[in-house]
Design a protein around this ligand. Structure first.
Ligand code: NDP
Length: 347
């Protein structure tokens, strides 16, 4: 059973070399123990997510932005053990009456070829929905729910409002932008390369976009693209971008704090200078976790699947093949190499 193992807890910026590939030598019987209520799955696709970098740190080191205890479905990563995340799998054997051999499921699995798991937080995939199975690592699982709940539930958007999305060519970002366009908003995105900016404009239907790496004056870039100000900011990056956005928010604006990837791995976080504008502009700023909205999942599928079927949503995946390339795939997120959802295909 090939696995991606955390070598040791990390400090500061994690590196690909903090992970290693190993093969568990115990010959694994491809069966579950009778009476265990467990499910044995063969993992097919794995999702790469930015929070996983922070899970590589010692949980009580005080520097982890993601407090593991607040994420009920996730266990801390342990040195010497496989790391884990959202995956799509096929059931090979089951002692759980709710799942049968041959079912396809998604949920948290180890980064390994085969996992023994339980049914908690495991979703059966409806094979009648005509989409690639890999979509259940992203648009039809946590990534999609994050974009949907963050935009509709936290931002309370109205037709005609202005929306700004950072990391807009990433997995969550390119969906938020398109949901906002479908809602009738004016949508601007930022991303870290010309290729990504071109995609935002030409493929995902954003009204305007800029490359934040080539515009040192973010405030000027925002003023140029959004002279009418920002009603809704979908926050994925934090730091200097948040500070500049605050100066461009409209009165009664909303900020959904989905993620702050620029801050996850730096020891001293960037101070935000412009926070007082939240007061006189009466801005609502709210952090959220997709997991808070699991009960909305059926409603979310009713919303998103028709758009996918009618080709009204473009969903881009960046698929790396082979579990042995898993560490490199994960670190593409921190180097901005991924376009759309970063996925690993392992079988
Ligand atoms: P993405 O696919 O957007 O990948 C991450 C992207 O972030 C990179 O491609 C890169 O794009 C950008 N990035 C990386 N480093 C920096 C940096 N230092 N400064 C600015 N941008 C950077 O990942 P996801 O869509 O999976 O996640 C997006 C955000 O949403 C993350 O912050 C993540 O933690 C958060 N998240 C939150 C969830 C929740 O429940 N609250 C659930 C899922 C995700 P570029 O080339 O544009 O720099």
């Amino acid at each position: 059973n090939k696995q991606v193992i955390l070598k040791h807890y990390t400090k500061g910026f994690p590196e690909e070399s903090d992970l290693m590939i190993a093969t568990a030598l115990d010959t694994m019987e491809l069966k579950v123990k009778p009476g265990s209520s467990a499910i044995l799955v063969k993992n097919l696709f794995l999702s790469c997510d930015p929070y996983m970098g922070t899970f590589m740190r010692e949980p009580d080191s005080g520097s982890s932005e993601v407090a593991v205890e607040t994420l009920p479905l996730l266990d801390a990563f342990l040195p010497g053990k496989p790391i884990a995340g959202v995956g799509v799998s096929e059931v090979i054997d089951s002692d759980d009456p709710g799942f049968a051999k041959g079912d396809f499921v998604w949920g948290i699995v180890g980064w390994e070829e085969y996992s023994t798991v339980n049914s908690f937080g495991r979703f059966r995939i409806d094979v009648n929905i005509d989409v690639p199975l890999s979509y259940y690592t992203g648009i039809l699982s946590v990534t999609g729910l994050t974009a949907y709940a963050g935009f509709f539930e936290i931002c309370s958007p109205k037709k005609g409002e202005t929306v700004f999305v950072s990391a807009a060519a990433g997995a969550v970002g390119h969906l938020v932008g398109q949901f906002a366009k479908l809602m009738g908003c004016y949508v601007v995105g930022s991303a870290g390369s010309k290729q990504k900016v071109d995609l935002l404009l030409d493929k995902f239907g954003f009204d305007d976009a800029f490359n934040y790496k080539e515009e040192p004056d973010l405030n000027a870039a925002l003023k140029r693209c959004l002279p009418q100000g920002i009603d809704i900011y979908f926050e994925n990056v934090g730091g200097k971008m948040l500070d500049s956005v605050l100066m461009n928010m409209n009165v009664h604006g909303r900020i959904a704090v989905c993620g702050m990837i620029s801050q996850y791995h730096i020891e001293s976080k960037e101070g935000i200078q412009n926070l007082p504008v939240v007061i006189y502009k009466r801005i609502k700023m709210q952090g959220f976790l997709a997991l808070d909205f699991v009960d909305r999942f059926p409603k979310f599928l009713d919303y998103v699947v028709p758009y996918l079927n009618e080709r009204k949503l473009v969903y881009i995946e960046d698929i790396v093949e082979g579990l042995e390339n898993g560490p490199a795939a994960l670190f593409r997120l921190f180097q901005g190499q991924n376009i759309g959802k970063q996925v690993i295909k392992i079988a």
